[in-house]
Write a protein that binds this ligand. Sequence first.
Ligand SMILES: C[S@@+](CC[C@H](N)C(=O)[O-])C[C@H]1O[C@@H](n2cnc3c(N)ncnc32)[C@H](O)[C@@H]1O
Length: 462
Amino acid sequence: MKLPSEFEEKMKRLLGDEFPSYIACYEEPRYYGLRVNTKKISVEDFRRICPFKIREVPWIENGFYYNGEEVSPARHPYYFAGLYYLQEPSAMTPASRLPVEPGDRVLDLCAAPGGKATELGAKLGGRGLLAANDISSSRAKGLLKNIELFGIGNVLISSEEPGRLAEFFPSFFDKILIDAPCSGEGMFRKDRKMVKAWEEHGPAFFSKIQKNIILQAASMLKEGGMMLYSTCTFDPSENEEVIAHLLRERPEFHVCPIDPYQGFAPGRPDLVQNGDPSLADTVRIFPHRMHGEGHFLALLQKGKQVSGPEIKEPLKRRNRKLPEELEKFLEKLKIDLSPSRLDIHGERVYYMPEGLSDIRGIRFLRTGLLLGEIKKNRFEPSQALAMALKAEEFDQVISLPCSDERVVRYLKGETLNVEDLVSPSQKGWHLFCVDGYPLGWGKLAGGTLKNKYLPGWRWQSV
Ligand SMILES: C[S@@+](CC[C@H](N)C(=O)[O-])C[C@H]1O[C@@H](n2cnc3c(N)ncnc32)[C@H](O)[C@@H]1O
């Protein structure tokens, strides 16, 4: 592969003796990875049911390699059940190294399409708040879909400039991830189009943006909170230099060591003017040192740790009488919903996250879990609700094994005959599952399941 000579010269300076093995990597195949959604399935159970060959990513608890030349995990019903996310293995590292606890308020500032936000949401285990933002509204739509597919409901999905978000959330978040827009040098091996993009907008262009973003994020972090900055590029001006800029402008921040792995290389204070020695605690990932593409990570803390985990007050909403059709549907759910967190806007019913302040004025795509819509005195549950439930949390379930051809027919939007599975008297909303993992809704009458799978999510024939 032909690389820009300016890039090669820079990599020679950066890597010294290691440059030949780095460049040799361009002849090797790219890595394909998938990350298990631990909100829906344990790693152990996933290994048991996984229909294709996988191999552990050694530095990621729930990460696996698969052979992307032989299998297509995106065309498997388990993908539609949100059991995993397809992600390059190094890209799994930032969310794995930010210590998120259930109940935290977490912000993913540059989140689309959700590769890291989905993992942060899974780590929250349904508690606290995941605010996932992306400046691009079209990309934020893809982010919303992935968050819903993963069954994460305690969310605020927005599309704002970081500076505007900072006005709403001063010192608000416990944890922040900044997966910054970057020149993408670490992805040259995986995606050759990145070289062309780099020629248009190189490190100097992105470094300026990154320095702004990191300061805006800093102001949204609580005292004692932690922030992880990552890029998929090698240039020091987008990496160590951005961190040095933060340390200069916000001296209350310090660099924290990152949970180690033998293949990680230390950050390079020597490449930054007056670089603080603590920059050596940042991490560089090179494809010749481990089986993943190029990345950079820095874990930062604002001031000192303050007290233990805070108990967050849920946002107080007026308790009002719920419409009867909604009450009736909620009786079928075997989960505890706090009535004060139910919010009805027009026909739509939401379950709001814990501790979300007033966000009027922010451009957002979603707050909380969309439970469904009240239409003509009937309640229609949403696709997002189906994905957020476990099979045992709804009173009427139809579950088929993956091998049953009706599973793919369901995902294509077809009406199904399920007389062999239900008694003739059974009717109404059913949660349709593959091997016990929800895929969506169906409405049963006379042994026929009317398909309520979200049309925009359907299985496409190739
Ligand atoms: C590296 S990508 C994020 C990938 C994502 N974290 C994931 O894992 O799927 C960077 C994102 O930053 C967004 N972006 C670009 N400029 C931004 C800005 N000034 N503020 C916030 N996001 C920005 C881009 O739209 C892009 O989606």
